[in-house]
Design a protein around this ligand. Structure first.
Ligand SMILES: Nc1ncnc2c1ncn2[C@@H]1O[C@H](COP(=O)(O)OP(=O)(O)OP(=O)(O)O)[C@@H](O)[C@H]1O
Length: 251
């Protein structure tokens, strides 16, 4: 089932076409990785789909409902973001995870239940009542992921969430995040520059070049049959593993 779709998206700035995307879909329970060189338009497309940026032309459809000025706020509340920088507030870990839930007027009892659950599932329950300012990069990103998942979003945007983490920390977080996302109904868009992460997390892969989606498929399909030289050039950095070839994700 398609959860979120951008249709006939054009994004033009200063006379330059930054995006020209006929259709881009996020499906229920699937992680879609979006790759492309610097400046290809990944962030612009993510922000348009997240309803943070209005396209010059085109539509964003959320479960059959076209986003418009009147429904932007309620639709955004059904989405969550994890950024490269965790962007935590200077308070305790618990309070950081609670904040979005409070803004959404979730009951106190439900907040407490969800926060305890996600603290435990991210393995950070021992940090709950400490200030975030002493956390390591990996711990801070775990808090940011717990904060996003506690919102029980229907769509999750992961904007290079592992960048800046050392290899072992990144590996553990990648494994844990895959375990948390796979098997849920969340439709996830995962923007990354590190293609070694793709086989572990992504069910589908889309390649963006100069504002156009030039290929979409499982990582295995794209690896096996890259559509053109631009895809070949990008994917020479995707490691050949069993999971990449099968496009199954998982570690
Ligand atoms: N609001 C804007 N005004 C003018 N130009 C913009 C605007 N937003 C994006 N651009 C330009 O559009 C192009 C695509 O930018 P975008 O950040 O979407 O690419 P990206 O693929 O995410 O790049 P990176 O991998 O470096 O983050 C860039 O050349 C950028 O300078």
């Amino acid at each position: 089932m398609i959860v979120l779709e951008g249709q006939e998206i054009q994004f033009i700035k200063k006379g330059r076409t930054i995006l020209d995307v006929e259709s881009f879909q996020l499906e229920e329970g699937q992680v879609t990785a979006l790759i492309g060189v610097n400046g290809a338009g990944k962030t612009s497309l993510m922000h348009i789909l997240a309803l943070l940026q209005k396209p010059t032309a085109g539509r964003v459809i959320f479960k059959g409902l076209e986003a418009n000025r009147g429904n932007l706020h309620p639709l955004r509340q059904r989405m969550a973001f994890v950024f490269q920088q965790p962007l935590l507030l200077d308070m305790t870990v618990r309070k950081n995870i609670e904040t979005g839930l409070r803004l959404r007027k979730v009951s106190r009892r439900e907040i407490s239940k969800r926060v305890d659950n996600w603290l435990a599932r991210l393995g950070i329950d021992h940090l709950a009542d400490g200030p975030v300012r002493f956390l390591s990069g990996g711990e801070a990103q775990r808090v940011s992921i717990a904060r996003a998942l506690a919102l029980e979003p229907e769509v999750l945007f992961l904007d290079e969430p592992f960048t800046g983490l050392d290899t072992p920390t990144r590996g553990l977080l990648l494994r844990d995040l895959a375990g948390l996302l796979h098997g849920t109904k969340i439709a996830t868009l995962f923007v990354t520059h590190d293609y070694s992460e793709i086989p572990f997390l992504a069910h589908r892969l889309s390649v963006l070049e100069q504002g156009k989606i030039i290929q979409t498929g499982t990582p295995g399909e794209i690896y096996e049959q890259p559509k053109n030289q631009a895809v070949v050039n990008l994917l020479q950095w995707l490691p050949k593993t069993d999971s990449a070839m099968g496009g199954q994700g998982g570690c």
